[in-house]
Design a protein around this ligand. Structure first.
Ligand code: MF3
Ligand code: CO
Ligand code: CO
Length: 290
């Protein structure tokens, strides 16, 4: 679509295009001509959408806070699911994982050698020394947010504690690599990968982060391995997740044949993951899911 200088901007700000996103669009166009991969307009959120996604993320973070306060040894993952589900519904949200491509529960709970997509169950009881990832996605009024955290149950081994910490650092290294108009998805990927591998860990490659906001999974795919200076340039208004899955052993995985969902490390080693929803701003980043 071509915008006239004096038309109202496509972003819904109410301003004339020339006073709003015209310069932005020209900047993208020239980067594209220089050979860079650039986001499509669908990947740029409008101020109204950003506001909606922020509100959604508030519920999503609130439910993770609630779980953080309550999670303990002896609890079933079903009980964690119920806490999350009821918190979300009471605030007008919909747990977006529920029925997503047939997923049967409202959150993912992945313990120890489970990499992701663990299914909450009344038969899965948390034990002292477990590490667990709780991953929640919230839909509020059609706006989606997505985040996950690790929790340590009781006293965990030094090995498990270090994996959890380093994986969190990987997420933050990825976030810090975002420089609007300057860095690319390859820079984020390389920052994550280098930190994991320099600690002797491996990064799962089959799953990655993703654009998010108007659906649970949008473009672009956000790699956690790769080369600096490659991939799509990051510009203000993009919203996506960074969610490294880091294994204590090698990066090979398999998917549970019975439930078709739960991903395990092939070598039985521990795996950790942290996830945030990120907004690229004019001068840096905002962690929407804080
Ligand atoms: N929250 C997950 C993600 O980070 C998506 C889970 S989809 C489900 O992308 F169906 F497994 F719940
Ligand atoms: Co995600
Ligand atoms: Co998630």
């Amino acid at each position: 679509m071509i915008f006239n200088r004096n038309d109202k901007c496509w972003c819904g700000s109410g301003l004339k295009y020339k006073k709003c996103h015209m310069e932005f669009d020209e900047r993208l166009k020239s980067l594209k001509q220089e050979g860079y991969k650039v986001p499509t307009r669908k990947m740029i959120k409008t101020p109204e959408q950003i506001e909606g996604i922020r509100k959604s993320a508030k519920i999503n973070s609130g439910l993770l806070d609630l779980i953080e306060e309550n999670i303990k040894e002896g609890m079933s993952t079903e009980e964690i699911n119920t806490l999350a589900h009821e918190y979300t519904v009471a605030r007008g949200g919909i747990p977006a994982d529920l029925n997503y491509e047939g997923f049967p529960k409202s959150i993912c709970t992945s313990i120890n050698d489970e990499v992701c997509h663990g299914i909450p169950s009344k038969d899965r009881i948390l034990k002292n020394g477990d590490i667990i990832n709780v991953d929640a996605t919230t839909n509020l009024n059609g706006y989606f947010s997505d985040a996950s955290r690790m929790f340590e149950i009781g006293v965990v081994s030094e090995e498990a504690g270090k994996l959890v910490e380093v994986t969190k650092e990987c997420l933050y290294k990825g976030i810090e690599a975002i420089k609007p108009w300057k860095s690319s998805l390859g820079d984020v990927a390389a920052a994550v990968q280098e930190h994991a591998e320099s600690n002797g860990y491996s990064v799962v490659r089959e799953f990655g982060g993703h654009g998010v906001g108007l659906a649970i999974h949008e473009e672009p795919f956000v790699y956690h391995f790769g080369k600096r200076g490659t991939g799509m340039i990051l510009v203000p208004g993009m919203i996506f997740t960074i969610e490294p899955m880091v294994n204590g052993g090698n990066r090979k995985i398999f998917i549970d044949k019975e439930n078709g969902w739960t991903v395990f490390t092939a070598d039985g080693s521990l795996s950790a993951q942290w996830e945030h929803t990120i907004l690229v701003t004019e001068d840096g980043v905002e962690i929407i899911s804080k």
